[in-house]
Design a protein around this ligand. Structure first.
Ligand SMILES: Nc1nc2c(c(=O)[nH]1)N[C@H]1C(S)=C(S)[C@@H](COP(=O)(O)O)O[C@H]1N2
Ligand SMILES: [Mo]
Length: 396
């Protein structure tokens, strides 16, 4: 089922509802209700009914969605996830989330170079034109900012179809000193203005094994187009399965370093958000910034079926090893039940949709929480309620 933009016209309604959400998550996350109203028939109705609209999530930030704003390190675009449909697994370039906009002074001309140096026999300057000759399709991969929170309506996540060159191929262009196994990948990050929130300098240090195991690549195209400026033109790193903070944009330097190399400013800034223990001083003491299996609702649809109101929760699942069996609950002390229409089976580097019917008996704010049926899998963010969302049901 594909939703048109008109399906999601947002209209405000007066406040209603008892609060059943208790104290899970941050209690202060609540403000006025809004419900999206639909005015066109839908092709694939819920049990032969009519879709009335989309219940909005309450208690979240209200940044503009699908529009880039701000500059440099504080520049952002939050993606409106409510529109995702099964056919639309890639987010179009102009609404893909942005964390840090292109530095004003960056001149990404045809003379762009990647400097491969550090603990190597002979440094190499790799011209962008050489890299582009080796460019090929790299598949659909998801990116998520480690700082993807309710404040930004969880709009710092997306999937796109990328082209580029496996990083391992580029690494093979130089000969590292024997025993040198750590690599820093850095991007241009000189912004005119300082940031109120972030430290300039986007580099992360990996071992060669980590990069190869993840299938890291240097991306030059996004959804078939040259990388947009704000997404790292002419070249960015992409490390599938790891948080976005490791994937430098405007990559201009790859440097082999020793085992006692200090952590970069970027690593330290993102230590907590990538679940490190404390803020380790040395790069080698950082855990891989991998994304555990996670899931969250992206919209709650309101339907009329045989004269009765019915609700359906639609969500996404991503990260981890594609574990399929999800469980859902609607109140902090409620029992979890299996998600009726789980994400498709199989490991994926992207995200997938799931859905579940919801039959509330009283008008209230419901805290929608998910977990994996397999309780032996590590799901740090799900466990701590990071992706909890509150749906305001105004009538039942
Ligand atoms: N040069 C540079 N690269 C960067 C950043 C940055 O601030 N500067 N931010 C990182 C972070 S925190 C994220 S989540 C991703 C976001 O990539 P996107 O804006 O293309 O979605 O880029 C990463 N690469
Ligand atoms: Mo990020």
């Amino acid at each position: 089922m594909k939703l048109s933009r008109r399906d999601l016209i947002i209209a405000s309604l007066p406040p209603v509802g008892t609060v059943l959400t208790g104290c899970v998550g941050s209690g202060a996350r609540r403000n006025g209700p809004t419900v999206a109203t639909r005015r066109e028939p839908v092709r694939d109705p819920f049990h032969g009914g009519e879709k009335l609209g989309v219940v909005e999530f309450v208690g979240e930030g209200r940044p503009p969605l699908d529009t880039a704003f701000g500059e440099g390190l504080d520049g952002r675009l939050y993606t409106d996830l409510t529109r995702l449909s099964p056919e639309g697994t890639s987010v179009p370039n102009d609404s893909f989330y942005i964390r840090t906009r292109c530095p004003e002074r960056l001149d990404a001309g045809s003379d762009w170079n990647l400097r491969l140096h550090g603990m190597v026999a002979r440094p190499v300057d790799l011209p962008i034109s050489d890299l582009l000759k080796a460019e090929r399709p790299m598949g659909v991969h998801l990116m998520e900012c480690a700082g993807n929170t309710a404040g930004g309506r969880f709009g710092m996540i997306g999937a796109a179809e990328w082209s580029g060159v496996p990083l391992a191929e580029v690494l093979d262009r130089v000969q590292p000193h024997p025993g040198t196994n750590r690599i820093s990948v850095a991007g241009y990050d000189r912004h005119l203005r300082g940031s109120r929130h972030s430290v300039a300098g986007a580099s992360w240090i990996f071992t060669r094994e980590q990069l190869e195991e993840a299938g890291a690549f240097l991306a030059t195209r996004m959804n078939g187009e040259p990388l947009p400026r704000d997404h790292g033109y002419p070249v960015r790193l992409l490390v599938p399965g790891w948080y976005g903070c490791v994937s430098a944009k405007w990559v201009n330097e790859i440097r082999w370093v020793n085992d006692d190399e200090p952590a970069t400013t970027q690593m330290r800034e993102f230590a907590v958000r990538t679940h490190q223990s404390g803020i380790p001083q040395l790069a080698r003491n950082y855990l891989p910034a991998r994304i555990d299996r996670a899931a969250m609702p992206i919209r709650v649809e309101k339907w009329r079926v045989d004269g009765k109101l019915r609700y359906r929760v639609v969500g996404i699942a991503w990260g981890g090893r594609g574990e399929r069996d999800l469980e859902i609950r609607f109140t902090p002390d409620g029992a979890y039940e299996p998600v009726a229409d789980p994400p498709p089976a199989g490991e994926t580097a992207s995200w997938s949709l799931w859905s579940h019917p919801f039959q509330p008996t009283v008008a209230a704010d419901y805290a929608i929480q998910l977990r994996l049926a397999d309780r032996t899998v590590t799901t740090r963010r799900l466990d701590r309620g990071h992706y909890l969302r509150y749906a305001r049901i105004d009538e039942v």
